[in-house]
Design a protein around this ligand. Sequence first.
Ligand code: SAM
Length: 219
Amino acid sequence: MGRSKRERFAIIAQKKNVIEEGKELYTTIKGNWNSFFENKHKIVLEVGCGKGDYTTGMAALFPNTNFIGTDIKGARIWKGSSIAEEKNLNNVAFLRTQIELLDQFFAPQEIDDIWITFPDPRPRDKDEKHRLTCEKFIEVYRKILKNSGTIHLKTDSDFLYDYTLDLVKSSKTIAAKNLVFTSDVYQSDLLKDHHGLTTTYERRFLAEGKKIKYLKFNL
Ligand SMILES: C[S@@+](CC[C@H](N)C(=O)[O-])C[C@H]1O[C@@H](n2cnc3c(N)ncnc32)[C@H](O)[C@@H]1O
């Protein structure tokens, strides 16, 4: 039988690669991520990382880059942080918090790139503020991302893809640069950005025959 949520929460409370409320680093990590990793390497953030498939997958492929997965769900972070430990990935950390609060955990320009992997589409109008690609979230990402940094979105959702594309193309506040997009990444040259990696949700959507959409842009 699998571990209960309570057991998983108790385990991540002891893990060095998980930063969450109650640990000292939760209040001191802002601006100090390179000291935490003990190197000066680039830092890539995955928001809404779930079980952290991109974070751990990329970290194994690129040992000279640091990867941080962030999500509010502790049981999912337990999975990613356990995989990182099993594979001895010292370039991985998980931050358990609300994505709304990211600027409390990262200094300006501390992050080199951001991946948003299969966020919940939240199609009801009143839920727009919860979409991880809405203007409010992009302004949070702007606060922590390097000027040259890229935001990547991978999604199965036509709704979220169209919404994000319209927003990024039209918003003068966002003022996006270098926008590139595809409604079928598996039939696109942009597939090379993904290094053969898939996420837990992606594998489910692929099994349902859904096309995977991808876009990226700079701020
Ligand atoms: C649909 S899942 C995708 C998980 C993973 N990226 C994947 O592709 O398998 C979306 C994730 O985003 C997280 N999430 C959504 N809104 C969030 C927020 N405001 N703060 C923190 N996590 C959030 C959820 O907890 C969930 O794990």
